[in-house]
Design a protein around this ligand. Structure first.
Ligand SMILES: [Zn+2]
Length: 353
């Protein structure tokens, strides 16, 4: 089985990493803290070497400045950025055994056979929902259903001619759509206790760790531990620009810890609750973004190749973390607005690793 082989490889890597002193489970003598890891004698050297190589490459140039922003930031930062409202995962609880699941993880645990069965059971409601939501849900797989009749779709399901990934995306949609969610959850079995259909409706859980600043634990003192480093760059944009006498285009780089209260951590170091980000935001004038994007794409690609990444592996790896966003105008104007300043900054940001 392909799945087993993949797990075996992961287990071997984890055990090797521990034996050789690269990575240990955090708080191991107390049974370990899920999703947290400690770097050992060799691991910390490797980590520092990677950070050092990245930092030198990114900041030893005229047009990039470095910063090291505080992990604790004003609570308004995360309101302005939308994280308080939107940085959430939909979760359900099993009413019997109280296990909590992120809905996409719950869906992943259903066998392909049962996945087809469940989607067939909810198909009539799915088609109704697809009709109602077809305009707003253009990116979701369900819009494909517009071109089919329900008979066609169910016959494809009977013939097992529907791709598993597609079934999963349909189920994920169903699990968070009002009206469909309850119906879908009644068909699902709890992976922990085996009870069928005894789940609470999906609720949104924020992924930010909360704490209090000062001695009083009251809501006016609530702050969040940063879930990403980027906001420290945005909030210091003008400070850096003015103090370093930079003009567009220029970038700001930072390496630092970020924290996300992931409900399901998985795959060793790939999804953890505490992690380090190396990030450079490059700010350009509107219209220059495509050229700069191509430039940085080349620079970053060559950096990975220089340090031994195989070209054939870059295709699947590379596009993930090199992206261009136009959201900075929005983020900056939101941040400044909530800081009571009237500033319009028309720039574009490239996020690079
Ligand atoms: Zn259960």
């Amino acid at each position: 089985m392909a799945g087993n082989t993949k797990n075996d490889v992961m287990e071997k890597i984890v055990s090797l990493a521990k034996r050789k002193g690269f990575v240990f489970q955090s708080s191991e003598i107390y049974g370990g803290l899920n999703g947290c890891y400690d770097y050992g004698p060799l691991g910390v050297e490797l980590l520092r070497n990677i950070k050092e190589a990245w930092w030198k490459e990114m900041t030893l140039r005229e047009d990039v400045e470095g910063i090291d922003a505080s992990i604790l930031m004003h609570a308004k930062t995360w309101e302005a950025s939308g994280h308080v409202e939107n940085f959430t995962d939909p979760m359900v609880d099993c009413k019997k055994c109280k296990s909590r699941y992120r809905v996409d993880i719950l869906a992943e645990q259903i066998s392909k056979k049962n996945l087809g069965k469940i989607v067939k059971t909810i198909a009539p409601a799915l088609f109704e929902s697809g009709k109602e939501n077809s305009d707003t849900l253009s990116v979701i797989a369900i819009t494909d259903l517009k071109d089919k009749t329900i008979e066609q779709f169910t016959s494809e399901l009977d013939k097992k001619a529907v791709d598993e990934k597609y079934l999963l995306s349909v189920l994920n949609y169903a699990l968070v759509t009002p009206g469909l969610a309850t119906l879908t959850l009644t068909e699902i079995v709890c992976p922990n206790c085996g009870t069928k259909g005894e789940f609470t409706e999906a609720r949104q859980f924020n992924l930010m760790f909360k704490t209090f600043i000062g001695p009083l634990e009251e809501s006016s003192n609530t702050i969040f531990i940063r879930p990403e480093t980027a906001q420290g760059i945005y909030l210091n944009f003008l400070n850096v620009k003015e103090s370093a006498r930079q003009k567009l285009p220029f970038g700001i780089a930072q390496i630092g810890k970020a924290f996300r209260n992931e409900i399901n951590t998985k795959n060793f170091l790939f999804r953890t609750r505490e992690f380090e980000q190396m990030e450079m935001q490059f700010f350009v004038k509107p219209g220059d973004d495509e050229n700069w994007f191509d430039y940085w794409k080349g620079v970053r690609y060559n950096w990975f190749i220089k340090y031994g990444m195989k070209k054939e592996r870059m295709n699947s790896f590379f596009p993930i973390n090199l992206r261009i966003t136009q959201k900075l105008q929005l983020i900056l104007s939101m941040s400044f607005r909530s800081a009571g300043e009237k500033l319009k900054v028309f720039i574009t940001e490239l996020t690079l690793i």
